[in-house]
Design a protein around this ligand. Structure first.
Ligand SMILES: [Zn+2]
Length: 340
């Protein structure tokens, strides 16, 4: 039996001593059919596992959004619902809501010797399309630290929504087409819903976003929008009085576009020639601290973003042992994955 380990091995690795579980691997095609990988959500930096031959576990929504964006089918997949527990050998793995985007989940693993949670990306407040991340107890917590710096404190979401609507109305009055640049899935659907709920402004979406939108509508999130590649969408963009949402930086109506970004980085960063709003799909610093406080693990491992700073803050403020997620395999990676 190997030593139990939690760490980074081109993905988040929980090695129970008898079983290696890999979450959000970045290995691409290297993993064979005998591997089991877990995919937390459909953002492209978390979905490399879908292109491996391994047995993949994700929510149905995550796989469907991935397939809609890539326009191809993922194979050898097993769907889990939020709240479902699956048994693998002597371990149990449960999917918990992560609140980050449709279908996003955390994974909790119960082994004979320890319990651990990998959060993936989390958001701890409700949005117009998702509910706040669940909190469950565990011995070891692997938590994201994207905005784990004390300067990242987001305003109330309703305040940001109001700011976005106000700016959009002003730009439209000036004859412009407000154009929001966002990822293809998650945030854009929240922005579409925002305009649907609070305004009557027609919403036009680029084709990739429209494909992700359709998965949302199939799963009960009502979105009114036009695809910019359709005749109706093109006509609406020509006549103006609408808002355009796209995932490509260079894609905007040639004339009359006034551009905006929605990102948590807007708290500290200015964006040239663009309006910016701190609307994020991630937890801010205070949400992360509160999350760890509630979970109260024996040890927290922080991966991505402000790993050192958030670890120090968790130790100081909560008296919980914390540190950046250790790297367990970086060199000789191929050898590492070939052995057992
Ligand atoms: Zn994400």
């Amino acid at each position: 039996m190997r030593q139990e380990r939690i760490g980074w091995a081109s993905g988040i690795l929980f090695d129970t001593g008898t079983l290696r579980l890999l979450f959000d691997p970045t290995l691409g095609r290297m993993l064979g059919e005998d591997w089991r990988v877990f995919i937390t959500h459909a953002h492209s930096d978390h979905t490399y596992g879908f292109s491996t031959r391994a047995l993949k576990y994700s929510t149905e929504e995550t796989r469907r959004i991935y397939e809609a964006l890539r326009e191809r089918q993922a194979k050898n997949c097993h769907s889990v619902r939020i709240g479902d527990t699956i048994r693998i050998d002597d371990c149990e793995v449960t999917a918990l809501n992560a609140g980050h985007m449709m279908g996003s989940c955390q994974f909790k693993v119960v082994t004979p010797n320890f319990t651990a949670i990998y959060t993936g990306d989390i958001n701890c407040v409700d949005t117009l399309t998702t509910q706040a991340a669940e909190r469950d107890s565990c011995d070891y917590l692997v938590v994201e630290g994207t905005y784990g710096h004390p300067s990242y404190l987001f305003p109330k979401r309703s305040t940001i929504y109001a700011d976005i609507v106000r700016w959009t109305m002003t730009e439209i009055k000036d004859g412009k087409i407000p154009t929001f640049q966002v990822y293809s899935s998650g945030k854009p659907q929240d922005v579409v819903r925002l305009f649907n709920v609070y305004t009557k402004i027609p919403v036009i979406c680029s084709p990739a976003i429209a494909r992700a939108n359709s998965v949302h509508t199939e799963n009960g999130v009502k979105l009114d929008y036009l695809d910019s590649s359709t005749a109706e969408g093109k006509r609406a963009l020509r006549s103006g009085g609408c808002v355009y949402i796209t995932s490509a930086a260079t894609d905007h109506p040639r004339r009359n576009a006034s551009r905006a970004v929605t990102t948590g980085w807007a708290i500290r960063q200015a964006f040239r020639n663009r309006a910016s709003f701190p609307l994020s799909s991630h937890a801010d610093y205070s949400q992360l601290i509160q999350f760890v406080k509630t979970v109260r693990p024996k040890k927290a491992y922080v991966y991505t973003g402000y790993t050192d700073i958030l670890s120090t803050q968790i130790e100081r403020k909560l008296s919980i042992r914390a540190g950046p997620l250790p790297v367990v395999a970086q060199t000789k990676l191929v050898d590492f994955y070939r052995v057992g």
